[in-house]
Design a protein around this ligand. Structure first.
Ligand SMILES: *Cc1c(COP(=O)(O)O)cnc(C)c1O
Length: 400
């Protein structure tokens, strides 16, 4: 079944068709899904995963895309991407086990956590994963027992103060340390095969990638001159999506990145680790109003999902999601949307213009696929939203 996003903008209407496949014309509404599975729900549309994967593949020709599981570590996403021929970027044994349980071949996987315990390395190796990441000498030393089996990429830090989530603050060595670490690895006889970086999640300026690629290109040239056999450059994740905000479309966004990649030294295998870009637009959330109260002249609506649940990304990922209402009547007025728990931080929107809602009316959130379900809790014993997949694996079709 295909979820038709355009119909979502029909605020107040309740015909929100999912166009079914293979027999076109069959449809299911959000109300039917809520009737069947209950609220809160997360509706994952496999066709949007396919569309995003294909769009990024086309925008980065010659770059192997490894889906980073972290934003949405779900078996259905793995299955859909496996059919697309994707590779995977893993960071924990849980993620290694998830892809292994879906039949992903370990050659299609890399393990990119820069700081690991011995057993994290061992468990990944036991599953057949061979490529790892390190960013300091202590970490390189951990590969000593596995130096015949493991290959390492050095993670280089490029700070992105403008990215919403700066992933080079916590991890990565300075470009000036790379040569020292290569010498160190040579001393331990640990195989370093390349460099990697992550410019920060939801990076809206491609120049961050360009700077990082150019610097890595220079480092690789320098390292090769010293006899180091660097063959891989991994440009990480961070590719942006629109949350109702203006974000460049991906092909244009990647234009300067393609040019920078074309200037790199010869003979490099190129990788990227997109997470958010692949899954964010593919999930729509549905929460229902479980109660309401008039406080200080405005309506407070209490939903069955909140910041301890699917809206956890408002806290951890610093995102706000486009929201729409199914139901409601009368004039819109400033209102409050709160989550179900007894904690006062659990407020989704303080000042949102809404028509008057009744218990049972539905609030639909868009672009809810990345860092939402993944970081949801069951605080106060409110269960995480049920994730329902439409157009899952085994239903591959051309995507417009
Ligand atoms: C989180 C993460 C990703 C995915 O980043 P997005 O911004 O979601 O694309 C990729 N690689 C590593 C190492 C990460 O930690």
């Amino acid at each position: 079944m295909a979820f038709d996003f355009n119909h979502l903008s029909a605020v107040g209407g309740d015909i929100l068709p999912f166009v079914a496949r293979p027999s076109e014309g069959e449809s299911v509404t959000i109300h039917q899904l809520v009737a069947e599975y209950g609220a809160p729900l997360l509706i994952l549309d496999g066709d949007i995963i396919r569309r995003q994967y294909r769009a990024l593949s086309a925008a980065l020709p010659g770059v192997e895309l490894h889906y980073a599981l972290k934003p949405l570590p779900h078996a259905d996403v793995v299955d859909i991407l496996m059919e697309e021929g994707a590779c995977f970027d893993l960071a924990t044994t849980g993620e290694v086990e998830l892809v292994a349980s879906r039949g992903v071949s370990p050659e299609r996987c890399i393990h990119s956590h820069p700081i690991k315990r011995d057993r994290d390395i061992r468990e990944a190796l036991d599953h057949g994963v061979k490529v790892f990441v390190a960013d300091n000498a202590d970490e390189l030393l951990k590969f000593l027992p596995y130096r015949d089996r493991a290959q390492v990429m050095l993670r280089v830090s490029f700070r992105s103060p403008d990215a919403v989530v700066d992933l080079s603050k916590k991890f990565g060595c300075a470009p000036a340390q790379v040569m020292n670490l290569l010498e160190e690895a040579r001393r331990f006889e640990v195989q370093v095969v390349g460099l990697c970086f992550h410019v920060g999640s939801q990076t809206t300026d491609p120049r961050q990638y360009v700077t990082a690629i150019n610097t890595c290109g220079q480092l690789i040239t320098q390292a090769r001159a010293e006899g180091f056999d660097l063959r891989v450059l991994d440009i990480g994740g961070g590719f942006p999506v629109s949350y109702g905000t203006v974000v460049p479309e991906i092909h244009g966004f990647c234009g300067p990145i393609r040019e920078a990649l074309a200037r790199l030294p010869e003979g490099l295998r190129l990788l990227a680790e997109p997470g958010r870009f692949i899954v964010a637009p593919a999930v729509t959330s549905v929460a229902s109003v479980m109660g309401r109260a008039r406080r200080d002249g405005r309506w407070w609506y209490y939903l069955d999902d909140g910041v301890y649940g699917s809206f956890s990304g408002q806290i951890f990922d610093h995102m706000r999601y486009p929201l729409e209402v199914i139901g409601g009547s009368g004039q819109v007025e400033p209102s409050v949307l709160a989550g179900p728990t007894c904690d006062s931080i659990d407020v989704i929107a303080e000042d949102i213009a809404l028509p008057e809602l009744q218990v049972g009316d539905l609030i639909v959130g868009r672009v809810m696929g990345a860092y939402t379900w993944a970081s949801a809790t069951d605080f106060n014993f409110f269960r995480r939203a049920t994730l329902v997949t439409l157009n899952g694996a085994g239903q591959v079709q051309a995507v417009a």
